[in-house]
Design a protein around this ligand. Sequence first.
Ligand code: HEM
Ligand SMILES: *[C@@H]1O[C@H](CO)[C@@H](O)[C@H](O)[C@H]1NC(C)=O
Ligand SMILES: *[C@@H]1O[C@H](CO)[C@@H](O)[C@H](O)[C@H]1NC(C)=O
Ligand SMILES: *[C@@H]1O[C@H](CO)[C@@H](O)[C@H](O)[C@H]1NC(C)=O
Length: 515
Amino acid sequence: MSDLITGLARPQIVGTIICSVLVAIGSALFHQVLTRTPLPSNAPKQWTKNDWPIVGAWRFYKRRRDMYLEAQRSTKTGNFSFYVGKKLIVGLSGSEGKKTFFDNRELSISQGNADLLTGVPAPESTEFYQLFTKILTTLLKTTNLVGVLDHFKADSRRAFDGLIAAPSARPGHEWGVMNPFDFMQRLIYQLTVRATGAREVAEDPKLLESTLRMISEFEGRASHARIYFPWLPTINYMIQMLNGIKMYMIFDKIIKDRKKTGKTVDDPFQRLMDDGLSVQDTVSFEIAALVAGLINSTIHAAYLPIYWATNSKCKARIKEEVDSVIAEFRKSEDQSPADVLDTLSLDQWETEFKFMDLSLRESIRLGQPGTAFRKNITNKNIPIGNTGEVIPPDAYVAYLVDNTGLSEDIYLDPLTFNPRRFEENVTEEMKQPHSYLGWGSGRHICLGMRLAKLEVTMVNAYLVSQFDFELSDEHGNSRSEPPAPINRNLHQFNRPTEPVYLRYRSRESSGSSVQ
Ligand code: HEM
Ligand SMILES: *[C@@H]1O[C@H](CO)[C@@H](O)[C@H](O)[C@H]1NC(C)=O
Ligand SMILES: *[C@@H]1O[C@H](CO)[C@@H](O)[C@H](O)[C@H]1NC(C)=O
Ligand SMILES: *[C@@H]1O[C@H](CO)[C@@H](O)[C@H](O)[C@H]1NC(C)=O
């Protein structure tokens, strides 16, 4: 016995024991976080070319489209599997693959996105996601949108009045200069707060600015490392958590203040409070809605005038459209164009601007790099059409949207911005299901589409009605070359890497708003 004790106390033996404990812990950890689910034999064949130990196919997060197209071409069916960290992803293509992706009700969009996209705060649970979509859908119903319409107009008008008041690019220069992405981001964010949030935020410039910064950080501080290693506490993740806490404090204070003073405010936030939503759910809803409502709408709102500025036919047509709507609804000579826009009803905003709508449709078709994601949340294999191949339980599915949006089989000259393609020469292929994925397709259609269209239409109608605009540099010098083509390897549409500016001047001199 004592031999055993003295034996155990000998340093080498202690060392050996510690080592074997560490190895045991290590291998358990390794198993837990790093070992991959083996690929079932009937899953699409693994694409091994870009596969690295532990991290897997890291090229998927570097040059997504390039890797996807190469893998897709190299396999017999066009469907393939790969790992990201320990996550198994099945890439689908072809019409059957697309059908499975967009129509199968057992593939979860919220879990796929939460795990594979970064930035979007992961809906903690499927129940929260259901709550989120239910509230969003209610807030975007006609009665609620009618209730915020006057705020939309007033906010837009104030933002453009600010452009008029801003100093010109150079003393004595007739043009002002703006970064359309900065300008649109602030305005679109304010409108989205109007539609889904609290007046205390929408009407306090400082609070609007600070929450906007936090919301954009949820996107900008996306940490790819956490896709591979979800347990990794990266700095970006910490900042996101911190922003979450700050947002909690802001909204908690608004709730307490309203309760204390007994004041009820006619805004969406009050509706959430009156429905008895918990503070935690209210904050989660606000963050999710503001994040969802920011990026895509901002980028497209800013890209439309850029596209128009680089295409004289399109520019002429959008001017003609906006001017003729104004002429149609003008009630008296002394109304300025903006005065007339101030009087339009929700229905008129939603139906009168056809070319605007086609332009947005085309901007989205062109500006949709990256893949959509789903996850098989059941415990069974999901067959991919009738190929005999399956999506294993817990596996993710990816679909490269460019396979449709830039398909020459569907769209003539797909890289050209041509909004009229949707009203003229419409091909048979464009009428097929899942031939336009800009707002989603099949089981998951964008729930914010109505809000996004209203926002983009309104801000651009106020712009076109009051201003001439051209591409320029930051000093207001005219610029002839269009922005660099969109990097199709991006995971999602974003600002051009090299900044683009618009110079603008009031149209008053052109005589369209005689006082
Ligand atoms: C121009 C702006 C927008 C574009 C181009 C856009 C595009 C899309 C697309 C393509 C999808 C489907 C994704 C997929 O199939 O994986 C989607 C889904 C969704 N969008 Fe949007 N979106 C925009 C604005 C908004 C806004 C403003 C909101 C909310 C405030 C929003 C909320 C959502 C939600 C909640 C879903 C998920 C729907 C579901 O789970 O079935 N979107 N969007
Ligand atoms: C992917 O699999 C589906 C399974 O039905 C098949 O129809 C489709 O053609 C495949 N993709 C390609 C590009 O072959
Ligand atoms: C933004 O657009 C992308 C497609 O480009 C889509 O996958 C994503 O779901 C959209 N986000 C929201 C919140 O609508
Ligand atoms: C439709 O086709 C005609 C003939 O090819 C072409 O000249 C015209 O530009 C096309 N229109 C659109 C909107 O693409």
